[in-house]
Design a protein around this ligand. Structure first.
Ligand SMILES: *Cc1c(COP(=O)(O)O)cnc(C)c1O
Length: 374
């Protein structure tokens, strides 16, 4: 059996261990310490905007806190892009609210501004104005930020920007992770940088960041004993994990470059195959190309190719199965145009890691060519 080629695996650079060692040497082995503050500052300067960052246990916990900070509670409705990973939608349910799923458009595969407005109007007609909108930059491709914001502002509904897959992506020159009322990042094992597991909440003010950290550390009021006037959570990032993050931040740009070059290599090598298409960057969009995705001409070809790659010990994966198709969300309201269903049938994510070698990339391309040659 040839060695396994993964979809997207962790890629350490060596600097991580320096920060971890510092944490050990100074005995900051806790969910606070210099690496946590340092990592937050690193992200803040990278995003290069007037924002504040709270390092947390996961992207999911960041989404959960953003909904709490927006006051989402029992009986509320929250609009969520249907084509996404379940972690975008689950925190809505944690809050006792109902997710309302909205379909994608074809240019970026993300939240469709027209469907979004149809959904908002219909929910208002039915008696409940949505409390928030969760928009996702899927696979690193920015969503239509201006168009979504226009609709959101027209109805005065805050946007939560799920930037879990898009650290290093840009929209009209500004970094993804800075566009929402709240934005979230993820550093899970397969993301563009990883801390093994972790995430961050990006806020617009120092006060909201402090409130997030307060809730993330069990909501301890200012008193010598343990005093609580809020329900708290154990959502803070540990100082060890943040050390990995500090190391990873030093090579983020080169990871983005490598992922983009993977995508370019695939699209050049496969450009003459009429059964394969790639998602282009619209003018003003810069994707980190977290995952290189292709669309095949049919579900049959997509599944055939996936199995052919599997035989070669190459991991690939269909695009996210839309949330409105998930059994757990079968009763959730939905506003559909067919785009996300079609993408799910025809789309496949190819190995995309920043640690892929030329030999591995050649193996993937040959396996694809062989599949179409027979
Ligand atoms: C990974 C991911 C999340 C969740 O992040 P975790 O750190 O794994 O909790 C949320 N949304 C999207 C789109 C993701 O890809």
């Amino acid at each position: 059996m040839k060695p396994k080629i993964w979809l997207s695996s962790p890629h350490m650079c060596g600097n991580e261990i320096t920060y971890i060692k510092e944490a050990f040497d100074s005995n900051w082995v806790a969910p606070l310490g210099p690496n946590v503050n340092g990592f937050e500052n690193d992200i803040q300067s990278y995003l290069n905007e007037d924002i504040h960052v709270a390092a947390l246990a996961s992207g999911t916990s960041a989404l959960h806190l953003s909904l709490i900070l927006l006051g989402v509670g029992t009986g509320d409705e929250v609009i969520c892009q249907s084509k996404t990973f379940s972690a975008s939608a689950n925190p809505i349910v944690y809050q006792g609210a109902t997710p309302v799923f909205v379909d994608s458009e074809k240019d970026t595969w993300n939240l469709c501004p027209e469907q979004l407005e149809i959904a908002i109007k219909d929910r208002i007609d039915k008696g409940t104005k949505p409390k928030a909108i969760i928009a996702v930059h899927l696979y690193g491709m920015p969503y239509k930020v201006d168009e979504i914001n226009i609709v959101a502002e027209r109805y005065n509904i805050p946007v939560v920007e799920d930037s879990a897959e898009s650290l290093g992506s840009l929209y009209k020159g500004s970094k993804c992770g800075t566009f929402g009322a709240y934005s979230i990042l993820s550093f899970n094992g397969n993301k563009i940088i990883t801390t093994s597991g972790g995430g961050a909440l990006v806020t617009k003010t120092k006060e909201t960041k402090e409130k997030a950290v307060f809730l993330a550390t069990q909501a301890r009021d200012d008193a010598p004993h343990y005093l609580h006037s809020h329900i708290g959570y154990n959502y803070r990032m540990s100082n060890i994990v943040a050390g990995i993050g500090r190391g990873q931040m030093t090579i983020l740009d080169s990871h983005v470059e490598k992922r983009r070059s993977n995508h370019e290599l695939y699209s050049n090598a496969l450009k003459d195959n009429v059964k394969i298409t790639f998602l282009k960057e619209p003018e003003g969009y810069f994707s980190n190309r977290w995952l290189s995705c292709i669309l095949l001409d049919s579900k049959k070809t997509r599944e055939g190719l996936r199995l052919a790659l599997e035989k070669e010990n190459i991991e690939s994966r269909p695009l996210w199965k839309p949330m409105h198709q998930q059994p757990v969300f079968k009763d959730a309201p939905r506003y559909l145009n067919g785009v996300s269903d079609d993408l799910f049938e025809k789309g496949l994510c190819l190995p995309s890691g920043s640690n892929l070698t030329d030999i591995e990339l050649d193996r993937v391309i040959s396996a694809i060519n062989t599949y179409f040659a027979v």
